[in-house]
Design a protein around this ligand. Structure first.
Ligand code: PRP
Ligand code: URA
Length: 206
């Protein structure tokens, strides 16, 4: 399925400040929120709609309204920064949580938590700001599909080509929407140029 890289001047502008190592956590959270809004708008472009009819003050008119439930699954911890903006856009969204943590040396993700609703017929977004090796995203989507999801979009802020390739190989039916396709991974499996450790920068830890 396609990879969509946001091509909006505002997305580039917000990402520039997010990458800057001098950006402090309070500002980093605001930028994450704004970028996620742009990403989720793009990621939900294909959600099912139907024609309805409303009465304006002037006359009755046909309108297009949403006709499919949405679900969002943030991957803890960094994905939590992408939850609130999604809830603001889609207040009736069903929320599931998946906890994954990469091992510091091997970069292999370990699952430590999962709580997911029934995702059958829901347009499902898996949100995690960094798609690096693709291991976390692949594991998360395994769990999401095991809960009935058949229409899944991975929403990331920064992606590495290696992670995109792994995710596309493991889940060829999943759309990927990202704000940037970066150069590569370094020897510690961090994205280059990337922005460092997203969770640490979001929550002021290191
Ligand atoms: C980061 C990020 C992804 C993962 C991406 O999480 O939020 O979940 O790494 O890397 P991958 O594509 O190589 O799997 P991390 O494991 O650092 O946990 P945290 O969000 O709790 O800091
Ligand atoms: N996780 C991060 O937070 N940053 C990276 O560059 C890779 C994985």
């Amino acid at each position: 399925m396609p990879l969509h890289v946001l091509d909006h001047p505002l997305a580039g502008h917000l990402l520039a400040e997010l990458r800057d190592k001098s950006t402090a956590p309070d500002r980093f959270r605001v930028l994450t929120d704004s970028l996620t809004t742009l990403l989720v708008l793009q990621a939900t472009y294909l959600i099912r709609t139907k024609v309805d009819c409303v009465q304006t003050p002037i006359k009755a008119t046909n309108v297009r309204v949403l006709d499919q439930g949405l679900a969002v699954v943030p991957v803890l911890r960094a994905g939590l920064g992408m939850l609130e903006p999604t809830l603001r856009l889609f207040p009736n969204v069903a929320v599931g949580y998946i906890g994954l943590e990469r091992h510091e040396e091997t970069a292999i993700a370990r699952s430590y938590y999962s709580k997911l609703p029934d995702l059958t017929d829901r347009f499902t977004l898996c949100v995690d700001p960094m798609l690096a090796t693709g291991g976390s995203a692949s594991q998360a989507i395994n769990l999401i599909k095991a809960h009935g999801a058949t229409q899944v979009t991975m929403v990331s802020i920064v992606s590495a080509p290696e992670g995109v390739a792994v995710l596309q190989a493991n889940h060829p039916d999943v759309n990927i929407v990202t704000a940037s396709l970066d150069e590569c991974l370094n020897d510690k499996k961090y994205i280059v140029p990337g922005l460092g450790d997203f969770g640490d920068r979001l929550y002021g830890t290191s």
